[in-house]
Design a protein around this ligand. Structure first.
Ligand code: GUN
Length: 294
């Protein structure tokens, strides 16, 4: 079997087009969803993420308040800016780009964001609501994974999903979201991690494998069954002398070999990556609608 490639760029574009139509309708009612973005320091990957977010806001009809602060910013200055955004009615969502420079306290910064503006879904209140199955901002990358599966026609309910990775940003939330007794979920979920004795034993039984391990070739073709659906959340830069840049991006799975065995697979780049920003826009629009409804 040769897999069908899931085109994450196209799915993200579809979602952004839906949101653009929604922001046009909201504008007629005088509502412009606003996203406050805070980037501290000069990390190049974070800078390009933030630039992409700002561009996506402009294209989708959202207002964005962009704040690029020097690496020397103090914790008090960061918290003060978050506080100002919490109080600003033009801002419906606040995004503090991670990772923060080492001298700053990330957990305290995320806790300071008003949960009703926590469009990343990282605040413990939103994490708790998500786990309990209550209405919450869902974290963007895991929500993007679920959108990719359902918009590709994959039956998640009743499927056995094996998640490889247990990070707070992807592994834990995606597993929790997939096991909810809800539409587009209701799966049997196994979570594998660095403490798992035999990861292949689990992944071979999976109908769907979601890999967010942060390491190339974590899942190879011998570790999956025929017809499996593979969602690769990994983004790794590896050396490639044939490229002008000297490197290329790969995911966490052996894409070339697994695509001969899988029914569906996401590429890297162009799979899960574009979905994160689309879901961030989605959460910001939802926040504006909730706030307008009072
Ligand atoms: N850094 C890498 N991914 C993310 C994300 O989804 N949100 C934030 N705030 N920072 C990140």
């Amino acid at each position: 079997m040769t897999a069908k490639i899931i085109d994450g760029k196209q799915v993200a574009q579809d979602i952004r087009a839906e949101l653009k139509a929604e922001t046009a309708r909201l504008k007629e009612k005088g509502i412009v969803p606003g996203l406050g973005v805070i980037l501290v320091g000069e990390d190049p990957a974070s800078q390009s993420y933030v630039t992409a977010k700002e561009r996506a806001c402009a294209e989708t009809g959202l207002y964005s308040d962009d704040n690029r602060l020097p690496a020397t910013t103090s914790q008090a200055e960061l918290l003060a800016l978050i506080g100002k955004m919490n109080a600003d009615p033009k801002i419906n969502g606040i995004l503090v780009q991670l990772p923060l420079p080492k001298h700053l306290n990330e957990a305290e910064a995320l806790m300071t964001i008003d949960p009703s503006k926590d469009v990343d879904g990282f605040h413990p209140v939103n994490v708790g609501r998500m786990v309990l199955g209550e209405k919450a901002f869902l974290p963007c990358t895991p929500h993007g994974v679920i959108q990719l599966l359902t918009r590709s026609g994959v039956q998640v309910g009743g499927a056995h999903v094996v998640v490889v990775g247990r990070s707070n940003i992807v592994g834990k939330p995606v597993a929790n979201m997939l096991l909810q007794k809800k539409e587009n979920a209701n799966a049997t979920v196994t979570i594998c991690h660095t403490g798992t004795a035999d990861i292949a034993y689990h992944t071979r039984q999976a109908d769907i494998v979601v890999v967010a391990a942060g390491r190339p070739n974590t899942v190879t073709a011998d570790m999956v069954k025929d017809g499996v659906v593979v969602i690769d959340v990994g983004v790794n830069r590896v050396e490639d002398a044939s490229r002008k840049s000297g490197c290329r991006l790969v995911g966490d799975v052996d894409f070339e070999a697994i695509k001969e065995k899988a029914s569906l697979i996401t590429p890297v780049p162009g799979g899960v990556g574009p979905m994160t920003i689309a879901m961030l826009m989605y959460n910001t629009v939802e926040s504006a609608k909730t706030s307008a409804a009072g």
